[in-house]
Design a protein around this ligand. Structure first.
Ligand code: PBG
Length: 331
């Protein structure tokens, strides 16, 4: 029939669902997912974040139920972010290192109910800072070295509360090594550090800042978060974090930074994490709510792409919903 031959026909390997499944190079499991949650002080409060439908600021009692539901779906890692009342914020982010603040109390409660749950904390000043910046501010400048002891104090309070992984999201230079030393000197050698290694100054964080009312009171975060036009800088940050003792390297945001994930995963022996951030979640939700995109397929595709690029851990507001899809497919 045809007068020429096509010896290689890649379509042969796509001809059945079974073959496609057998040769698929990546599949995101529930165990790859880490679920970020917003924590409120008090009891029985649950407020939906308007720019993140389906995601809530909620009190410990609700969070405990969420953790249980997630664990039943195979999602066992959680990141907590505190929504702190403005009246508790000051320029030193003092509330962040108060050992009995509601954040630390909730970590204790979760770890005592679910010792197997992996709890990652947020180490940065912004949720507690009256300036809304991740570092200490003086005369309109974010000071690097003055911030480090504040972050260390916050880290020790979190470690003492039972945190498994600290997540410095602040982007100060030298903070991974500084926190590692502080942890080790205080006997917390088993507490891990997931460094926000390549955290870009991104417009995709908008809904998160709504959730915590943590937008900077002046300026932007470009003197500490990375320029999104760069990738070499991410390799430098990765080398420094490795040398300083990080256990995981994170790239954030995720979908617009697949090249960065891929570069880090090829250049490092440490596991790579990626954060599908609030704006990425909001975009999918908004399009799905309008009937413009098929939500579950888009989530499957974006998470798979992030995984394929080289992230073994994916922080995603879709973690629970996606694990639910996976469970329903299996059932
Ligand atoms: C702040 C922090 C931010 C996020 C995590 N930690 C926002 C920021 O840097 O302003 C963003 C996460 C998201 O958008 O989902 N330390």
């Amino acid at each position: 029939m045809n007068d020429y031959s096509i010896p290689q026909r890649p379509r042969r390997n796509r001809k059945s669902a079974h073959i496609r499944e057998a040769i698929s190079e990546t599949s995101v499991r529930a165990s790859n997912l880490l679920y970020p949650m917003f924590l409120l002080d008090g009891q029985e409060k649950k407020e939906e974040i308007s720019s993140m439908p389906g995601i809530f600021r909620q009190t410990e009692d609700h969070v405990l139920r969420e953790v249980e539901a997630c664990m039943n779906l195979g999602v066992g890692m959680f990141a907590l972010f505190p929504a702190v009342d403005d009246s508790l914020k000051d320029e030193f982010a003092s509330y962040g290192s108060a050992r009995d603040n509601f954040y630390c109390r909730s970590i204790r409660a979760i770890k005592s109910r679910f010792p197997e749950a992996i709890i990652m904390t947020d180490v940065a000043m912004d949720p507690y800072s009256s300036d809304g910046h991740d570092g200490f501010v003086e005369n309109g400048k974010i000071l690097n070295d003055e911030t480090l002891p504040i972050l260390a104090k916050m880290s020790l309070a979190q470690a003492e509360a039972g945190a498994d992984i600290l997540g410095p999201s602040d982007m100060m230079d030298g903070r991974v090594g500084y926190l590692r030393d502080a942890l080790d000197e205080n006997g917390f050698t088993e507490v891990s550090i997931m460094s926000y290694t390549a955290k870009y100054a991104s417009a995709f964080y908008g809904p998160f800042r709504d959730a915590l009312s943590s937008a900077p009171k002046f300026g932007d975060k470009k003197t500490y978060q990375m320029d999104f036009r760069n990738v070499k800088e991410a390799l430098l940050e990765a080398r420094l974090d490795e040398d300083e003792g990080a256990d995981f390297l994170m790239v954030k945001p995720a979908l617009s930074y697949l090249d960065v994930i891929s570069a880090l995963s090829r250049n490092s022996n440490l596991p790579i994490a990626a954060y599908q951030v609030s704006g990425e979640y909001a975009m999918i939700k908004a399009a799905a709510a309008n009937g413009w995109l098929d939500e579950s397929r888009i989530v499957h595709e974006t998470l798979s792409s992030i995984h394929r690029a080289g992230a073994s851990i994916i922080l995603s507001y879709y973690a629970k919903q996606y694990a639910g899809y996976l469970a329903s497919i299996k059932a």
